[in-house]
Design a protein around this ligand. Structure first.
Ligand SMILES: Cc1cc2nc3c(=O)[nH]c(=O)nc-3n(C[C@H](O)[C@H](O)[C@H](O)COP(=O)(O)OP(=O)(O)OC[C@H]3O[C@@H](n4cnc5c(N)ncnc54)[C@H](O)[C@@H]3O)c2cc1C
Length: 392
């Protein structure tokens, strides 16, 4: 078995596989590429447990730009990721996001809206009257405004996208291996090898840490403290006789969100800071349905009074504890170790932009298409948060 690769990517879910695809497809690369994945079933990774949605409504220009590239990529992923004429059916549905605001949230919503428009996002600010006209099923009595994505936002099949990246990367020469990266062997400013759980040593030209919630443990083996923690987020699937024509992904001022899925709906709500510790279990607090979600749903959409819970699951955000934004690029003390971690709930939609950025860093040492320097390690080490306000 080959024990030396130009690039080793640890983690083969959506971010690792996007990086593998963009790198393998990069004209200037031509090297050998290994993706190490400890669980090829992908059962528990964030990608599989995601809500799988994409929006341009962020509060930082980098996040808006990454998602706008994400949409452009997703629209032609079927062709771009085709192997032997067959592309992944990612099922992109551009039904939009709708961020709602009461009087308290109006000025922040308007400020974010101005930034999003300046970045070219196709979003419209609606008054309470316009909300009522457009979405008659919504109770807008306590609302003053809403920001609606008119195009480019919506949801997709996360698993199909991940496998599309993976399949295409393999067709271009990437090697996927089932294995747990137990440690990084560091010598001064370089990682010399990735050591697997069974003791195998894989020498490497460079390493990409795409290990999701496993990223901090891996970084620690190279003496680097990565401020990323696993935080549990739960998604509830419910049925309802209510008809909600044109229903986008709605973000309520209470923190509740919901969107259609098949003949039913998905919803969730962010936990309060004091009930959101680092967490690795998959237990769903089912009492949240009765106590938090259903009342909030029925208040916003009276037709949800008759909603019934069908199922629920838990997953883990890889939260950047500094500022809820990804950490992308090399640590200043190690030249050949690149990070793509801490996506804080928006990594699926950012995977095309981040995969492309990593390929640019590996082949040219810098960003070419989208400057993501603001998401680098400098802000972490200097404790300068680049705070994202629209965290769902
Ligand atoms: C409930 C929920 C809802 C979400 N909703 C959205 C959404 O609507 N839109 C959006 O954009 N994002 C969303 N996200 C976030 C998104 O899913 C993640 O940001 C994204 O999937 C991260 O991808 P990843 O490849 O970095 O990590 P992961 O998908 O977690 O994959 C990491 C992979 O690395 C492997 N691994 C870890 N450690 C090692 C090791 N040492 N050796 C080998 N392999 C290793 C794991 O097995 C795993 O397969 C959501 C997440 C959750 C949990």
């Amino acid at each position: 078995m080959q024990d030396s690769f130009d690039v080793v990517i640890v983690g083969g879910a959506v971010v690792g596989s996007a990086a593998a695809y963009f790198l393998a497809a990069e004209a200037g690369f031509g090297g050998s590429l290994l993706v190490l994945e400890r669980d090829p079933s992908y059962r528990d990774c964030a990608t599989t447990r995601s809500l799988a949605s994409i929006r341009h409504q962020f509060s930082t220009p980098e996040n808006i730009r990454m998602s706008m590239f994400g949409t452009r990529f997703l629209r032609q992923a079927h062709e771009q990721l085709a192997v032997d004429g067959q592309g992944p059916a990612i099922g992109l549905r551009e039904a939009g996001y709708l961020f709602l605001a009461g009087e308290e949230g109006r000025s922040v919503l308007e400020a974010k809206h101005r930034l999003q428009r300046a970045e070219g996002a196709d979003v419209a600010l609606l008054s309470a009257r316009q909300l009522r006209l457009r979405f008659p099923w919504l109770d807008a009595s306590d609302l003053v405004a809403g920001s609606l994505g008119l195009s480019g936002e919506g949801w997709l099949d996360a698993h199909a996208l991940m496998h599309g990246f993976r399949r295409k990367a393999i067709s271009l020469g990437a090697v996927y291996r089932h294995g747990h990266a137990a440690g990084l062997q560091r010598h001064g400013r370089r990682i010399e090898a990735v050591v697997l759980g069974d003791g195998t040593r894989v020498r490497c030209g460079s390493v990409i840490n795409a290990a999701g919630t496993g990223a901090a443990a891996l970084a620690r083996t190279a003496g680097i403290e990565l401020p990323v923690q696993a935080r549990k987020r739960c998604v509830f699937h419910f049925g309802s006789p209510a008809q909600l024509p044109g229903c986008p992904l709605v973000i309520d001022p209470s923190g509740l969100y919901f969107r259609p899925e098949g003949t039913g709906f998905l919803c969730g709500i962010a936990p309060a800071a004091h009930e959101d510790p680092e967490c690795h279990d998959f237990e769903v607090p089912l009492d949240w349905w009765e106590e938090r979600l259903w009342p909030a749903l029925a208040q916003r959409v009276p037709g949800f009074e008759a909603a019934r819970l069908l199922s629920a699951w838990a997953g883990h955000y890889d939260v950047s504890t500094l500022d809820d934004n990804a950490i992308v690029g090399a640590h200043p003390e190690v030249d050949n170790l690149l990070f793509a971690n801490g996506f804080s709930g928006h990594g699926l939609q950012q995977s095309p932009a981040v995969g492309r950025a990593l390929a640019e860093l590996v082949t040219g040492g810098g960003f070419r298409s989208l400057d993501l320097a603001a998401l680098g390690w400098a802000r972490v080490l200097e404790n300068r948060p680049l705070r994202e306000l629209n965290v769902v």
